[in-house]
Every structure is written in structure tokens, then in C-alpha cells.
Write a protein that binds this ligand. Structure first.
Ligand code: MRU
Length: 329
């Protein structure tokens, strides 16, 4: 399964706003349209946003456009996932080195894409080792093939553990307000024939209280130097519940998601989204039109609630500030 393709100087994105009901691939030739696709979440998930922005930067070069303007426009599309800025910085460095050659920039975007898949595979192999036999695993949001170059971060760990015959059940939080768990994670699990049960977000604690969850693994949008990390809103409450019930809690991320320039999670910019995402469900109004709404797209989970960080270079354990610096500094 994949969500991003480059064919014949055209970027194709699987429209994730239409899943799981319809599979529509949209074609892109203009970086501005890709910035809009990121903003409206046609493409979403930290690594997938970075890869799409890299291809969009290459599209700007192909069109003979102003690369500084393209970089700034793409960087303004979503603020939290650091992969976006990481990919754009890397493309800008390549543009300086190659004099803005579109062939070289396309090759760089393809390299970013291929490296992301390889990092997901490596995370899968490391992460599967901490998954017990007959595991019942909980995940939140979608950190799968659709959110990355392919295979997935948290779902990559689950896929690898499943390939080893270790997965008894995956519980997918539906993930209000935009239902990435119900629409995307459940879609990936069903497609891969991995045992899956969908739950509403407010059911996770009840499952943990019954002893029905052995491990939690989630994705990440940005990790600060001390291990605090931003992920989809609701991740923090899953982490609190996991700690209370003694359930191991991991995040899986590629090094492109680590931002060592931020000392702790309070410095991570958190995106606020449209209030109608909470006032409605699937386009159907579920609340009074005028009601005030709080709609942060992400929350920050403190590193103190983390068992370990699964990366492409192995699993990082506490003390996180010291061990992240050692491995990624
Ligand atoms: O708002 P989204 O759907 O882009 O949020 C996605 C998440 O929070 C994912 O868990 C995160 O990007 C990790 S994806 C491998």
C-alpha cells in the first residue's frame, strides 16, 4: 500500500480525505496545489508530508519557478510535523549544490521517499522484538503506509510483528475529529488481513482495565531533545492511561521526526484546525452551529510516560535527552 507516486514528472497523491469509501489518485504539476493538498490533508502523516513537499519543490524547479517562494509556501502548509521543514531544508541544500537542476532535485525527492520506506522497515524489525507473543496492541491515529513513504512507523512495527506471528489483535482508536484511525488504520489492517478491532477513543481505558492491552505503539510528528513528543490529539490521554494500567507505551519515528533544536515539548508549535471539524462528523452537523470549539490537531506527551522510542537505528530508552543526543546528535 502507498499514497505517494512520482511518474513522468507528475506527482500523484491518493486522496486520503475520501478513504475508505473511494480510492482516488489526484495528479499534481504545481507546488501550490501540493501545499493545498497538505493543508487540506489529502496527504497527511509526518513523513508523507515531508516526501510530498520534496516532490513539490522538484515540481517548482521543473516549472522554472522561484524556489525560495516554493519553500516558504510549502513550509506554511502545516506547522507541527518537523519532517516538512527537514525535507525542505534538504531540498534547498541540494538546490544550492546542483544549481537548481530539476533532474537532480527529482532524484533527491525520490531518495527522501526511498529512504523513508527503508527507515520504516528498520523500525519494524527493531520494534517487533519488543512485541510479546499473542500481543494485543493498541494504536492511535494512522502511522501506517498511508502516513509515510510506505510500510509505516507504528503500523510498520505492527506489520513486522504480524509477519512473525505475534499479533493476536490490534485495537485502533477511531481518532476524532477526523477519524484517521477508523478511516485509514482500520483500512490498512483489513487490507493486510491483520486482526483488527475498531474502538471509539473513550474505550481504550476500559480495555486496559480489563487487562486486554499488552502494548501501545503510536507515531510521532515531532520529538524534542528531551523525548517529549507531539502526536495526534488524544495520544497524551492514551499514554496516561497506559502508565496507570502498567502497559508499555512506545512511539516509533524516523530520525527525520526528531528536532534536537527544541529543548522540550512546550516549544513544539501545535496546529489549531477549523472548528467545524468538531461541530460536524463526516459533513453532518452534530453540534449547535455557534458553539465555541477547541480543536488542536496534536498534543504533547511528556517523555516520562514513554517506555522507549523505536527508531531506524534501534530503540532508545531513558534517559532520553542523553540517549537521543548520543544516537542522533
Ligand atoms: O493530522 P495528521 O493525520 O497528519 O496526523 C498524523 C499523526 O499524528 C501521525 O500519528 C504522525 O504523523 C505519525 S505518521 C507516521
Amino acid at each position: 500500500m502507498d499514497a505517494i507516486r512520482w511518474e513522468g514528472n507528475t506527482l500523484y497523491l491518493l486522496d486520503q480525505t475520501k478513504l475508505p469509501v473511494t480510492e482516488v489518485w489526484l495528479a499534481y504539476h504545481d507546488w501550490r496545489a501540493v501545499a493545498e493538498a497538505i493543508r487540506t490533508m489529502v496527504v497527511r502523516g509526518a513523513p508523507a508530508i515531508g516526501i510530498s513537499a520534496a516532490y513539490a519543490y522538484a515540481l517548482a524547479a521543473l516549472a522554472g519557478g522561484d524556489l525560495c517562494q516554493a519553500k516558504a509556501g510549502l513550509a506554511a502548509s502545516r506547522p507541527t510535523a518537523v519532517n516538512l521543514f527537514w525535507a525542505l531544508e534538504r531540498m534547498e541544500r541540494k538546490a544550492s549544490a546542483c544549481g537548481g537542476s530539476s533532474d537532480a532535485l527529482i532524484a533527491e525527492a525520490k531518495a527522501i521517499h526511498a529512504e523513508d520506506v527503508a527507515m520504516c522497515r528498520a523500525m519494524g524489525a527493531y520494534g517487533a522484538a519488543v512485541v510479546p507473543e499473542h500481543a494485543r496492541i493498541l494504536t492511535h491515529c494512522n502511522a501506517g503506509a498511508l502516513a509515510t513513504g510506505g510500510y509505516g512507523t507504528a503500523l510498520g512495527v505492527i506489520r513486522a510483528a504480524h509477519e512473525q506471528g505475534k499479533v493476536a489483535m490490534v485495537y485502533a482508536d477511531e481518532t476524532r475529529p477526523l477519524l484517521q484511525g477508523a478511516r485509514l488504520t482500520a483500512y490498512e489492517l483489513v487490507a493486510d488481513h491483520i486482526p483488527a478491532t475498531l474502538i471509539a477513543d473513550n474505550m481504550a481505558a476500559a480495555l486496559m482495565a480489563r487487562g486486554a492491552i499488552d502494548l501501545v505503539v503510536v507515531g510521532c510528528d515531532r520529538m524534542a531533545a528531551n523525548g517529549d513528543f507531539a502526536n495526534k490529539i488524544g495520544t497524551y490521554s492514551v499514554a496516561v492511561n497506559a502508565r496507570y494500567h502498567g502497559v508499555p507505551f512506545y512511539t516509533a519515528l524516523p530520525s527525520s521526526t526528531i528536532d534536537l533544536s527544541l529543548s522540550d515539548g512546550s516549544q513544539i508549535p501545535i496546529e489549531q484546525r477549523d472548528k467545524d471539524e468538531v461541530r460536524a462528523l463526516g459533513g453532518v452537523q452534530t453540534a449547535p452551529a455557534g458553539v465555541e470549539v477547541y480543536n488542536p490537531a496534536f498534543d504533547v506527551t511528556p517523555h516520562t510516560l514513554l517506555t522507549g522510542v523505536i527508531t531506524e537505528r534501534g530503540i532508545v530508552y531513558p534517559p532520553f535527552r542523553e540517549n537521543l543526543a548520543k544516537r542522533f546528535g
